[in-house]
Design a protein around this ligand. Structure first.
Ligand SMILES: *C/C=C(C)/C=C/C=C(C)/C=C/C1=C(C)CCCC1(C)C
Length: 256
């Protein structure tokens, strides 16, 4: 008789396995939350919440598979990670664009950010999966894309338009999201350096553990920042006095 192994067990003390399970459930719950909260916010913020929900939903589906693989084989294919990131990181770039769009943000800014992130992920994948002995070189090339994103959001188009908007919730959202990219996203290259032969390989920390923690912070946290900006902005909008503009009743924030 043949034994079919369907799933492995989550063993007591398996911290990595634990983060695969909590990661999955947290991403799933966050998606439900972002989708349902759409109705609570105004105008263009609805699209922002949809994107937040898509980011965590795409991650939830990948975690569903990674979790099973991990239980069955005690490791998780690098491929799932990079497919997930290739979809979710560009969507995070779209979030930046959606926030600055009402103030003149250009679609070309979005494509620049997406271009940098695809560059970053393609070379990261080469180093992590195809050519591990040279992971440090590929990692360095990949970092150029990461720096490109940081440049755009801290000094380039995104910063300029956010500053010019003089809109409190936009400025706050952009500055918080920038911190996520600078500090939260830095978790990934640190994990990457733990690849055998990498700079931090000696620490002997499981890479999946680092990536799982990074994903929870960056996908759910990023979405929550967008959500709070959306709520704050919609509230300001609703509480503003109704004014008559061009014969129509208009409700705009007093300071807009
Ligand atoms: C939800 C997933 C996110 C936000 C993933 C972000 C991934 C990165 C910022 C990865 C960056 C890398 C480098 C900067 C160099 C080494 C290779 C990578 C791909 C790990």
């Amino acid at each position: 008789m043949e034994t079919i192994l369907l799933v492995g067990d989550l063993r007591p003390g398996d911290v990595v396995g634990f983060t695969f399970f909590t990661g999955y459930m947290a991403m799933f719950a966050a998606s439900v939350f972002f989708f349902l909260e759409r109705s609570q916010v105004e105008g263009h913020w609805k699209t922002s919440l949809t994107i937040s929900g898509l980011i965590t939903m795409i991650a939830a589906v990948h975690y569903f598979y990674m979790r099973d693989q991990y239980l069955a084989t005690n490791s998780s294919p690098t491929e799932f990670r990079y497919i997930d990131w290739t979809l979710t990181v560009p969507l995070m770039c779209v979030e930046f664009y959606l926030i600055i769009k009402p103030f003149g943000g250009k679609i070309s800014t979005m494509w620049k950010l997406i271009g940098y992130s695809v560059f970053m992920l393609v070379f990261g994948y080469v180093g992590e999966s195809l050519d591990r002995p040279n992971s440090a070189i590929w990692g360095a090339v990949s970092t150029v894309g990461y720096i490109g994103i940081l440049y755009e959001i801290y000094l380039g188009d995104v910063k300029k338009i956010a500053d010019a908007s003089r809109d409190a919730s936009t400025l706050k959202a952009v500055s918080l999201l920038r911190w996520f990219v600078l500090v939260g996203w830095a978790i990934y290259p640190i994990g990457y350096m733990m690849i055998p032969g990498g700079l931090l390989a000696g620490l002997n920390i499981n890479i999946d553990l680092i990536y799982n923690i990074g994903d929870a912070i960056n996908k759910i946290g990023f979405g929550l920042v967008v959500y709070s900006a959306a709520v704050a902005n919609s509230k300001a909008h609703n509480e503003a006095p109704v004014q008559r503009v061009d014969g129509r009743f208009n409700r705009e924030p007093v300071d807009a």
